[in-house]
Ligand binder design. Sequence first.
Ligand SMILES: C[S@@+](CC[C@H](N)C(=O)[O-])C[C@H]1O[C@@H](n2cnc3c(N)ncnc32)[C@H](O)[C@@H]1O
Length: 268
Amino acid sequence: MEIEVYSQVKNNVKKLLDINLDHYKDEQMRRRLDSWLVRSGTPDWNTYFHRLRGDETERSRFRDYLTINVTALFRDPERWQALREKIIPGLLSDALRLRPANAGLRVWSAGCSIGAEPFSLAILLDELSPARRHFLLATDLDRGVLQKAARRGPFNADETQNLSASQRVTYLENAVPPYYVKPSLAKRVEFREQNLLSDPFPDAMDLILCRNVVIYFTAETKDALYRKFSAALREGGVLFVGATEIISRPQEVGLTGCGISFYRKVSA
Ligand SMILES: C[S@@+](CC[C@H](N)C(=O)[O-])C[C@H]1O[C@@H](n2cnc3c(N)ncnc32)[C@H](O)[C@@H]1O
């Protein structure tokens, strides 16, 4: 796509979907947009945006495509194993020391898509620390995925393949797809609409998951976000990133690596 065309597309995407593509890597996004236009069967962007103005369903499909909301329960299972064995136990003892009256964890899934990630967290915490009352916040900018999360599914076979047999029985409502998580699990998660690039962040979090969200952002936008995640953690709190993501100079944003995909907030 020509640079002038991309600039017009960005303006229209901002106007119609309220997504600022300046934060996303140029080349990758242009390629994605090119293939979307081909798939849409419209000859050019003017025609496509004309159609988009009057078609809410298409707007929502386009938004889903741009924000890329692929997900799964316990995605990258070996990382979740590390979370279970090496990270959560320490956070649970910290919480007892720091907040004895309410020793639940404060956890945030940022860019939670249809809820697979926060529901995985809810399962993990139910297995490791069922008696405590944890605060599980899950946010995304895409209303469509949040609606699906609020309906507790449906999740397909791929999205649930990492659950053990006993987790399926305990936490899923049905034995065959489409799967829904049980209401008793879903009610542990508080879903909110939030744009990471413009809305305020929560604070004093013990654990933040931001996985497979910033990969499409420019280096500057990533840096700014990591700084804000660091500020949203309590000292000793942990940021859990995607399996292919690395923070190149974590100390510059107040973090230090503590295992593959994990960064701990250091004392000021
Ligand atoms: C690939 S999914 C990742 C879902 C989950 N974290 C995982 O790893 O399975 C990326 C999610 O980030 C969300 N997202 C993208 N840009 C965002 C932004 N600026 N603010 C909030 N969420 C965003 C998308 O809507 C999408 O649901």
